[in-house]
Design a binder for this molecule. Structure first.
Ligand SMILES: [Zn+2]
Length: 320
């Protein structure tokens, strides 16, 4: 197998490097330009636009937003936090497992081994279009709730000052035969970054509510309304490794990699109508965080993504 260590691409660059113990690390590298949108900034992003008079127009309700100014410290922190939240949650989430031995470790003449590949992600912020960003994201500070979005085909998008925080949304969801009021926890920017990586919504490419999922399991997913990752979300790494490993013979061509979640995940939803006699279905391959098992305790503390500590969320299915 020929190994290409580094690749550049229009959507992201990537590096494949050995990390010892017959393992590799595949890092997707993004150059992201965050544009600070002030009330005086003029911009046109599809149907969302501002003429610089402090008002932004959008095709979704509410149709106009007053834009606030970013103060310098807030903006500096936001830029750092953007990278930290995305890397912390999207990096080192998956492993690519080969179906057979493919790598000949040194010294030459050794037997082939089934080296697994750790899936990492790095963000480099750039300040101008001349630095060829892979994606340009406008950051707004609106006076009220705005529906953030990404346009992967244009490699642009709009997010808000609130999108790096953990937030809850309530949506009636059918559990068994009954509707339960379920609160879904999500960090919006992680969902939006899913679009940057090429994912559509969990139940289709639309922006209608059904596209965000119908079932609990769909809605709890990151590309629905939740924060739960599935094996499918390793796809960008599965696709990228094919650019790095160039088969030399027939055997090499039969080597395939499948992405799997490599760390336990928390289930970030709260069922307000939870009934011990009728527990909600368990999402597949999910392990609640330590201290999170049991239901109707209010004292367990859960260390969530992005360092969030939840004391609110103990009403989840018991551990396997
Ligand atoms: Zn979306």
């Amino acid at each position: 197998m020929n190994i290409h260590f580094s690749q550049t691409n229009s959507r992201w660059d990537s590096v494949l490097s050995p990390i010892g113990g017959n393992r590799f690390e595949l890092t997707l590298q993004f150059r992201i330009r965050l544009v600070r949108i002030e009330p005086t900034t003029q911009f046109y992003e599809g149907d969302t636009w501002a003429s610089g008079n402090g008002v932004m127009h959008s095709p979704y309700h509410p149709f106009t937003h007053k834009l606030n100014t970013w103060n310098d410290l807030e903006w500096t922190n936001y830029r750092q936090e953007f990278c930290r939240v995305i890397e912390h949650n999207w990096s080192d989430k998956f492993m690519l497992i080969p179906n057979k031995a493919w790598y000949i470790p040194p010294p030459a003449g050794s037997d082939k081994v089934s080296a697994p590949v750790q899936c990492s992600l790095k963000i480099q912020l750039v300040d101008s279009a001349s630095q060829h960003p892979h994606f340009t994201i406008r950051c707004i500070h609106p006076d009220k709730g705005f529906r953030s979005f990404m346009s992967p085909e244009l490699r642009t998008g709009i997010i808000t000052h609130d999108d790096l925080k953990f937030e809850w949304r309530v949506l009636p969801t059918k559990i068994g035969k009954q509707q339960h009021q379920i609160e879904y926890g999500q960090i919006t920017v992680l969902h939006e970054f899913g679009h940057v990586l090429g994912f559509e919504h969990v139940n289709g490419s639309s922006a209608e509510r059904w596209a965000y999922g119908i079932t609990l399991e769909q809605r709890a997913n990151l590309m629905g309304l939740g924060i739960h990752f599935s094996d499918k979300q390793a796809r960008p790494w599965e696709a990228t490794i094919r650019r790095h490993l160039i088969p030399e013979n027939k055997y090499d061509r039969t080597v395939k990699f499948a992405g799997h979640l490599s760390s336990p995940q928390i289930i970030a939803y709260w069922d307000n109508d939870f009934d011990m006699k009728d527990p909600p279905p368990k999402a597949k391959s999910t392990k609640p965080a330590k201290g999170a098992s049991g239901a109707h305790h209010s004292s367990s503390t859960i260390h969530g993504p992005a360092g969030v500590i939840w004391e609110h969320m103990a009403n989840i299915p018991p551990a396997d």
